[in-house]
Structure formats: structure tokens, C-alpha cells
Design a protein around this ligand. Structure first.
Ligand code: UT7
Length: 329
């Protein structure tokens, strides 16, 4: 079967109004602006207000993307939300977003693969369009990680933030999707997980007392794997697309730690001005981090037709992935 092309025609992003600076965290945690800045590159993060949910953030980003593309919600054939902080177990957050946009009859589903969500989503959505199943897909990465953070645990509370980024993918003559490399290894899920709340460990009194319904991470253990897997995935994605490092115009990595990004950029021989970072403003927003960074970069006019972009991520699962993308007019 001959595959068609796909391109991005709309982008949007949104973060909650409430900003939590490093100095705010100093008020209740044994931490410091110096430590957080030096070890992570983070200065601020946005946390949703009480009652502000993932679909609330996704909706704003989606509306921005529709406006950018000059489209109505009813022009979209399918909605996908990548998130590990859905509004509910079910229905899927994508169904809520579609209904709230006024496209309630459309197919909609979520992808749950933590920080790699947007990379998996971009691969799946591109495949659905290139194989002719759908003409237009709204792909959103959206998270309210502040809702599942143990705010008393300095090893995780400082790292995560909330936000949403949306892209609209459309069938096209030319093809932007060049390659994808995805992977996972859940031999040690406890490296980064929420232990209670699923079928293995339903929430009970003891789980709440021990805060097992909140994020736990062994950060030091996964740091090295993050760097290795992001480099490996990028190298394999470049090889699949018959590209070399020097063909990359822009690297848009998941924003987990500035030191992880710098290490990956160093291997890829990418100077700082070719690496998109906004970690100082948002912290780690999991599946939202790459589409937020993409939307900011596109809206700032920093991407031109023909530019080759590498999107790369690593996160809970463990999971990882990279996509190479040639920006279309
Ligand atoms: O997006 C999903 C994937 N996630 C990641 O990729 C995260 C990967 N990991 C990381 O980014 C880093 O490991 C962290 C930022 C989480 C931690 O940085 P680190 O340089 O690996 O620090 P560490 O865990 O080795 O801790 C060093 C020291 C420890 O003290 P001792 O044992 O040396 O006395 C920690 O207790 O820093 C201490 N520490 C802190 N100090 C001040 C840990 N957290 C903090 C804190 N403020 N917030």
C-alpha cells in the first residue's frame, strides 16, 4: 500500500496561571534555588488550581491550534490526548476534549506512556493519516502532574509542572514524518511510577497514609539511562531516515533535566541555539513538554519549511522514543 504524506498545520499551548518559583518551594521544602537551578535548570513551574483539570488545559491549547490552522473542531476526524493525569480513569480525556470542543461524535482516545507520550502519539497519528484512515487528527499532550505529586518529597515535588500542547496533523502531498524509533522496558516499573490506584494496588486507607497514590521516582538511577536511550533512539531514528547528525536543524527534547538535554545535545554535536529548552519556565510537564516547546518555537517564527526537527523523549515505563520530522510549508 502506498503511504500518503502528513504535515502539521496548527499548534497551540497553555499553562495554568499559578506560577511556583524555586523560592516558593524553599518555603516548605529543604531545598534551594541554587540546588534546583544547578541540578535541573528549572526556575519556575505552573501548577493547576483546585478544580482545574487536564482537559481544561488541553481545551485551551486545542482551541489555539484550531485558530492557528483556521479550522473548526468539526474539521477534525480524530482526537488523541497523551497523558498520565487524565480527568478520570474513564472516559478518556480525549473524549472530554472532543465533546467540549463541539465535536462529540468523533473518535477520541488517550495514550498513556508518560513522558514519551507525544513521541508515541506523533508516530501513531502520522501512521493513521499516512495510511488513509483519517485526514486530520488533533494530537494533544496535556498533564496536571501537580495533582499526583507528593508536595513534601523534595526529590520529586520540585521537578514537575502542568501544561498542555496541541498540534493538528493533516494529510498532505509532501511528507513531514521521516522516521520513528520507540522502545520500552518495564523490568523495574518502580523506578518511576504511581504505585497505588490501579488494579494491582487499589487505593485503600493504608495506601493513602503512605501516599502510594502519588509519584515516586528513583531519579539518580534513571538519569544515566535517560541520556543513553535518548541518544540511541535519536541515532536509530536518523539511520531509518537516512539522515546524519549534521542534517538536524533543531532538537526538541523532552524537558526532564537540563543536564540530560545538554548531554544528549553534546553527543549530537548540536550547539545550544539549535536545542529548544523551556525547562526554566515549565519544569517537567511529561507528555506536554515537547508540544509546548514546539508550539512556542513555531509561534516565534523559528522554524522554516525544509527544516529537519528531531523530537526525542524518555520517561516512565521506562519508555523512550525519537521522531525525525521535515517541516512543511
Ligand atoms: O521525565 C521522566 C524521566 N525523569 C528523569 O529523567 C529524571 C532523571 N533524574 C534527574 O533528573 C536527577 O537525578 C534529579 C534532578 C532527580 C536529582 O539530581 P541528582 O543530581 O541525581 O541528585 P541526587 O538524587 O543524586 O541527590 C544528590 C543530593 C542528595 O543528598 P546526599 O545524599 O548527597 O546528601 C539528595 O538528598 O541532593 C539531595 N537532594 C536535594 N537537595 C536539595 C535531592 N533533592 C534535593 C532538593 N534540594 N530538591
Amino acid at each position: 500500500m502506498a503511504l500518503g504524506g502528513v504535515k502539521i498545520v496548527g499548534v497551540g499551548h497553555h499553562a495554568p496561571a499559578h506560577v511556583v518559583a524555586n523560592s516558593d518551594l524553599e518555603q516548605w521544602l529543604d531545598t534551594s534555588d541554587e540546588w534546583i537551578t544547578a541540578r535541573t535548570g528549572m526556575k519556575r513551574r505552573h501548577w493547576a488550581a483546585a478544580g482545574e483539570s487536564t482537559s481544561d488545559l488541553a481545551l485551551v491549547a486545542a482551541n489555539q491550534a484550531l485558530e492557528y490552522a483556521g479550522l473548526q473542531a468539526t474539521d477534525i476526524d480524530c482526537f488523541i490526548v497523551c497523558t498520565v493525569t487524565p480527568d478520570y480513569y474513564f472516559p478518556a480525556t480525549a473524549c472530554l476534549v472532543a465533546a467540549r470542543l463541539g465535536a462529540k461524535d468523533r473518535p477520541a482516545f488517550d495514550i498513556s506512556i508518560a513522558c514519551s507520550g507525544f513521541i508515541y502519539g506523533l508516530t501513531a497519528a502520522s501512521g493513521l493519516i499516512r495510511s488513509g484512515v483519517y485526514q486530520r487528527i488533533m494530537l494533544i499532550g496535556a498533564e496536571t502532574l501537580s495533582k499526583i505529586l507528593n508536595k513534601d518529597d523534595r526529590s520529586t515535588a520540585i521537578l514537575f509542572g502542568d501544561g498542555a500542547g496541541a498540534v493538528i496533523l493533516e494529510a498532505a502531498q509532501e511528507n513531514s514524518f521521516l522516521s520513528s524509533e520507540l522502545g520500552s522496558d518495564a523490568s523495574r516499573p518502580e523506578l518511576l511510577y504511581v504505585e497505588a490506584g490501579g488494579s494491582r494496588h487499589p487505593i485503600d486507607r493504608a495506601a493513602l497514609d503512605e501516599r502510594l497514590n502519588l509519584v515516586q521516582m528513583q531519579g539518580r538511577e534513571i538519569f544515566k539511562t535517560a541520556v543513553i536511550k535518548m541518544i540511541e533512539a535519536t541515532a536509530k531514528a536518523l539511520e531509518k531516515a537516512a539522515l546524519s547528525k549534521s542534517d538536524i536543524t533543531l532538537l526538541i527534547p523532552h524537558q526532564a533535566n537540563k543536564r540530560i538535554i545538554d548531554a544528549a545535545a553534546h553527543y549530537l554535536e548540536m550547539p545550544g541555539d539549535k536545542v529548544v529548552t523551556n525547562i526554566h519556565e515549565y519544569g517537567n510537564t511529561s507528555a506536554a513538554s515537547i508540544p509546548i516547546a514546539l508550539s512556542e518555537t513555531v509561534r516565534a517564527g523559528k522554524i522554516q519549511p525544509g527544516n529537519v526537527i528531531v523530537f526525542v523523549a524518555f520517561g516512565g515505563g521506562l519508555s523512550w522514543g525519537a521522531v525525525t520530522w521535515r517541516w512543511a510549508a
